[in-house]
Design a protein around this ligand. Structure first.
Ligand SMILES: NC(=O)c1ccc[n+]([C@@H]2O[C@H](COP(=O)([O-])OP(=O)(O)OC[C@H]3O[C@@H](n4cnc5c(N)ncnc54)[C@H](OP(=O)(O)O)[C@@H]3O)[C@@H](O)[C@H]2O)c1
Length: 248
């Protein structure tokens, strides 16, 4: 197995953090990006440093994944300090709930910019490294909203469906270079994002939307990620991690 050098956008909390932990446990050096929560970022770094071995590095990068200049600067820092990147997890995302009645042009643009354009900005930075190594793994964290529409709003569903489309295109173009590109479409992950603040009784309503007896955890998504990173013959797919929501 090659030495892994990974970027996880939004890697300091929730799903991204669980994926970063999985990467550290398999010997990778990892750069974690985040937007503004420095306390969560430091906590993540301290924990990951505690489980890393001496030859692994952890880099924290503060900035906006939806800003192409910031992403270019972050990529340069990763390249200088950790070396060429062969794993990219496009996970940073926002989920502002808005119906058609409520949504503003700014809400729309902001969500597409961060969730979808950010994934493109990072992908275009790391692909030359991956091509040079003839090895790479890109995983885009989409959502059940890319499959059935979801409940967050049109901006969010469009951003996540866009990620799935980009995943398929990139898989086709980059496959001949030994680069796999896949997506994961999670739902009902109770220890991440918006569900963290939900009271127990409200969470019970989510359980009615799935067939298994419990809600999902960030570690369930990390397990799907580990399957993809271990599967060089799997590319262009979107892996649903949603407790069987489609069976209801
Ligand atoms: N939770 C779910 O049930 C669920 C379901 C389906 C899909 N997803 C998707 O999974 C991904 C992660 O969600 P989560 O629930 O784990 O979120 P989360 O717990 O809210 O964590 C979000 C992470 O992304 C970072 N981030 C947010 N905006 C950013 C930006 N503009 N630039 C750089 N980093 C940014 C945050 O940094 P700060 O800490 O600085 O804010 C944080 O590290 C998202 O793409 C989300 O759409 C989640």
């Amino acid at each position: 197995m090659k030495k892994l050098t990974a970027v996880v956008t939004g890697g300091t909390r929730g799903i991204g953090f669980a994926i970063a932990e999985a990467l550290i446990k398999r010997g990778a050096s990892v750069a974690l990006t985040y937007k503004s929560n420095a306390r969560a970022a430091q906590k993540a770094k301290v924990y990951l440093t505690g489980i890393a071995k001496a030859d692994q590095s952890i880099l924290l990068l503060k900035g906006d994944a939806g800003d192409a200049k910031s992403v270019a600067g972050h990529y340069r820092a990763v390249h200088e300090q950790l070396g060429p990147v062969n794993v990219l997890v496009n996970n940073a995302g926002i989920m502002p709930t808005r119906s058609f009645d409520e949504i503003t042009i700014e809400d729309w643009s902001e969500t597409i910019r961060i969730n979808l354009s950010g994934a493109f900005y990072w992908s275009r930075q790391v692909v030359p490294d991956m091509k040079a190594m003839q090895f790479g793994c890109i995983v885009n964290i989409a959502s059940i909203a890319a499959r059935g529409g979801g409940v967050v709003g049109p901006h969010y569903a469009a951003s996540k469906a866009g990620m799935v489309g980009m995943t398929r295109y990139a898989a086709r173009e980059l496959g001949p270079h030994g680069i796999t590109v896949n997506a994961i479409a999670p739902a009902f992950i109770e220890d991440a994002g918006i569900f963290l603040d939900w009271p127990e009784d409200k969470k019970q309503t989510l359980k009615k939307k799935i067939v298994v007896p419990r809600l999902g955890n960030a570690s369930d998504v990390a397990r799907a990620f580990e399957y993809l990173i271990d599967s060089p013959f799997v590319t262009g797919v979107t892996l649903d991690v949603n407790g069987g929501a489609f069976m209801i």
